[in-house]
Design a protein around this ligand. Structure first.
Ligand SMILES: Cc1ncc(CO)c(N)n1
Length: 640
């Protein structure tokens, strides 16, 4: 119907540079910023896949009613802050925000999950307290050294305050010890992981840093630097504990008498938070006179201390079966099927927006036209932009109506999968019609496959997504794992290029729609329609799962929107990223519960008896929410 690109015009402008997309894709700042002309709200058909980030986009897309308040959900602290690593003015804050992966790894260690669940074996806790006592002693002596080295009166006063806080912590340990009758200083030797941190800290105090020996610490200035290094190696321990304290605080309610309530109360207390802030401020203060190079050293010490903390948790002797990490429960004789949605689950920008931009950038602008044909307010490019705008507005409106229809009726008292399937037929019909409208309008015609591939290669993935996929790919054989992308995206080439740039194409199965190309490179506008609807997704999901009917499997589905709901519920573990409100509303309407993944893990741990292997097999209408890929990785793989 529409002939947007007369071929003579294309020849005039065969391949406009795609630097615009590269710039969007590479930019770490929120998408759409940096576009030459701002994209109006509702421009792209985004609402079915609304992301947590970027905030600016969520605010723009009022369609999803992504009110900022919905972003600070239960586990909102890390993700909201994470967006501002670059802006964080404090060095200590910056280091913490960069430690998200490590913080998640610590949270999902068997020790911490068992501790939260209230079912950690007493003997394990005892051993831990005994090890921690050694740890705290080294903390106290490091403060001693730092206090000597610091030359500023205020800094010295802060350090002595912090020292008091450590003594306070040791008192808690003492009371625990008395309660359970052990004397750690006599009875328990340091474990190798404890020794590692203690040696690390004392080496810094002696001026041995990063394999280098600073020799005799002579001048006061050198001493001040060493004081900063010592503190830099202690800050992450304090911040991590304050973080874990807050993560564990809700579990005080898990049982009327949580056996480890004194531990949880200690580390979730405002006093401990104050101590953590105090030492962070101290680090910032001590860092003021340092050179960039010296600050880098602090960054490295911070990260190393974080890693040693994780090793410390991992080294705790856990005898009981644990429900995390998931890979630990998986029998490699069985299939391990990991499914993920693509748009806004893996990516930061919806692929419809990318494809629209490629098409618009390709279309001739006024200045490309022969002078005689120029008009101020018309060009193929501007016309295409208008067509897209209309298609998107229509999609957004109809989509919202579909969701409203889905939400009609009473909230289900109990989860009912069959009812849910029935209600998804209408939404599925709508998605197909919406696609037909796009395909028939011709807006996807005459796009160059090379441009699509280039955009795909520069597509910005969610933080931690690529590294998770790579890790799975690396251990695929050993784990008997499969990675499947299930996507509504119109053009699988875009997905394949993105995966290829992330270094994992060959090992991921992409299930999506395919552009058709004429003469090998220009899209004809026709699309092989494989996956367009929620019902298509679940059909393909089940087909893959049942491919070998006699083989057992463990399945995880990761998604972000209403279109993923059925798969999220059919998988052994369904994990939601992002904050889509319609997903939550529709879920609730049909009796689905949304539980933060960490909370869910601790509950599973509580329920798990001597057999944790089948803990996650329940199609019970529960979906788990996660803050991002680092959390998913910590849950599925842990340190593996
Ligand atoms: C392992 C460890 N890290 C940090 C703290 C906080 O002081 C602690 N008590 N133990």
């Amino acid at each position: 119907m529409l002939s947007l690109f007369p071929s003579f015009l294309l020849r005039l402008n065969p391949k406009p540079p795609l630097s615009l997309f590269s710039c969007i894709a590479r930019s770490s700042s929120p998408i759409l910023i940096g576009l030459s002309s701002p994209i109006p709200p509702g421009f792209f058909p985004l609402p079915r896949r609304c992301p947590v980030f970027p905030l600016s986009l969520v605010r723009q897309l009022s369609v999803e009613s992504g009110s900022p308040s919905s972003l600070s959900s239960v586990r909102g602290r890390m993700e909201v802050a994470a967006n501002s690593v670059a802006e964080a003015s404090s060095g200590a804050k910056k280091f913490w925000l960069r430690s998200k992966n490590e913080a998640m790894l610590a949270t999902y260690t068997p020790f911490v999950v068992c501790l939260a669940s209230g079912k950690l074996e007493l003997e394990t806790f005892r051993q831990y307290i005994a090890q921690d006592f050694h740890f705290l002693r080294s903390f106290a002596s490091a403060y001693e050294k730092a206090g000597e080295y610091a030359d500023d009166g205020d800094a010295k006063a802060t350090i002595s305050e912090l020292q008091k806080a450590v003594l306070d912590e040791m008192n808690l340990h003492n009371s625990v010890i008395q309660e359970w009758g052990i004397d750690p200083s006599k009875d328990v030797l340091c474990s190798p992981a404890t020794v590692k941190y203690i040696n690390f800290l004392s080496a810094i105090s002696d001026g041995k840093i990063g394999g280098k020996d600073f020799g005799k610490i002579a001048t006061q200035f050198e001493k001040t630097i060493i004081a900063a290094y010592i503190v830099g190696a202690m800050v992450p321990c304090m911040r991590l504990y304050a973080f874990l304290g807050k993560e564990l605080e809700p579990f005080l309610k898990i049982a009327r008498d949580h056996p480890y309530s004194s531990w949880i109360k200690k580390y979730s207390s405002s006093e401990f938070e104050e101590a953590a802030t105090l030492i962070e401020d101290l680090l910032d203060k001590l860092s003021v006179p340092l050179t960039g190079e010296e600050l880098d050293v602090i960054g490295k010490l911070y990260l190393q201390a974080m890693k040693l903390e994780i090793e410390f948790f991992l080294a705790q002797t856990i005898m009981q079966p644990t429900v995390v990490p998931l890979i630990g429960l998986h029998d490699p004789k069985k299939r391990f099927c990991i499914f993920s949605d693509f748009d806004l689950t893996c990516t930061v920008v919806d692929s419809t927006a990318i494809l629209a931009e490629i098409a618009i950038a390709k279309a001739p602008k006024t200045t490309d036209l022969p002078v005689a044909n120029r008009s101020i307010d018309w060009s193929p490019s501007s016309e295409l932009r208008e067509t897209w705008k209309a298609l998107s507005a229509k999609y957004a409106e109809d989509y919202q109506q579909c969701i409203d229809t889905l939400l009609k009726g009473h909230e289900a008292k109990a989860f009912d999968m069959d009812d849910l399937y029935k209600h998804f037929e209408h939404l599925s019909e709508f998605e197909k019609q919406a696609n037909s409208r796009v395909f028939e309008s011709g807006v996807l015609r005459d796009m160059n496959i090379d441009d699509i591939k280039e955009s795909g290669e520069h597509l910005k993935l969610q933080e931690g997504c690529a590294s998770f996929l790579q890790k799975i790919v690396m251990q695929k054989k050993k784990m008997n794992a499969e990675l499947h992308i299930l996507s509504y995206c119109w053009c699988a080439d875009l997905i394949r290029s993105a995966l290829s740039a992330a270094g994992c194409l060959g090992s991921v199965s992409v299930h999506s729609n395919e552009f058709m190309y004429a003469e090998g490179s220009l899209s004809t506008g026709e699309v092989l329609r494989n996956i367009e609807t929620p019902l298509d997704k679940i059909r393909v999901f089940k087909h893959i799962i049942n491919r070998s009917s006699n083989e057992e499997y463990l399945s995880v589905y990761i998604g972000d929107s209403v279109g993923d709901l059925l798969c999220l519920l059919e998988a052994d573990v369904g994990i939601v990223l992002g904050s889509s409100e319609s997903l939550r509303k529709v879920g609730k309407r049909f009796g689905v519960s949304f539980i933060p993944l960490f909370v869910g893990s601790a509950y599973k741990q509580r329920e798990a008896g001597l057999d944790a292997s089948s803990a996650w097999r329940a199609k019970s209408g529960v979906i788990y929410t996660a803050s991002g890929w680092p959390e998913i990785q910590a849950f599925i793989l842990g340190h593996h």
